[in-house]
Design a protein. Sequence first.
Length: 326
Amino acid sequence: MRVPAVLCCLVLVVAGCGGLSTPAEPTLADDTTPTAEPVGPTVGTVTDVPPPRPAVEVSVTAVVDGDTIRVEYANGTRDTVRLVGVDTPEVHAENDPPEFEGVPDTTAGATCLREAGIDASNLAKDRLLGRTVGLAFDPNLDRRGYYDRLLAYVVVEDRLFNYGLVRSGHARVYDSDFTRKTAFDRAESEAREAGRGLWQCADGATAVADGGTVTAGASGLAITAIDYDAPGNDNENLNAESVTLTNRGDEALSLAGWTVSDDADHRYTFGDLTLTPGASVTLHTGSGTDTDSDVYWGREGAVWNNGGDTVTVRDAGGTVVVERSY
């Protein structure tokens, strides 16, 4: 049995051999046998695809954005990884709405995509940053792409993170000849039809809640940010725990009598507040002086569970307007 080159290097380093140069990238075998039929836990009618066999394990040291991370190998070598097959909206540059099917080529479309890009970046930070993950490579692609970034699948907890981004609507499928493209295309199609994540930016989209996505209701109201894990002790930093709502509609929206609640049915009721088109309001868990852009729940303890929760907004009549889970 042939021993992979990187493993040899690691063995030699552990043995204390001197004079070895650290390889710039892993040389373990590609995963060349993707399973044709996806299996695994379902979300809607789309299932997980089996993850490829990782070639190497790395530590994630930084998240550049939703589809790009920085990693460190066990021997201390560092690298930048561009996730295979996916493209999340930009957060450090301008977005081009026509790249995302159905998203209008307008300022509102670009703004919506930027918010979706931030959401994707936050998801990557939550799931990957500081963790050990597996990297796998696609036999149809070069190892490196633009800017000499390593092109890889990221496997975390036996799940293919790249695919999860597409399935949840955090990314579109990047047009390249990677082996899992059919499954990715199918997942994107369903996410787009359901209005998940970035696809709620599309013309006429109304969305329902689906794990960790930005959502928008028919009223135009969207839950655009959930800061559920305040720095330090959540109960001692209540105003850093917050939920942000944005009016993405074309008309002013009165929130008087509307409520925000969690899974445990803790409820906040808005006073006489109106959001003009494009305006946002942030609901802080702690206490403070309400303004047009910031309101305060006045609670003495944290509301939003760090391990996952659902934000539900209801109108004055109790009808659910929009939900978002994380």
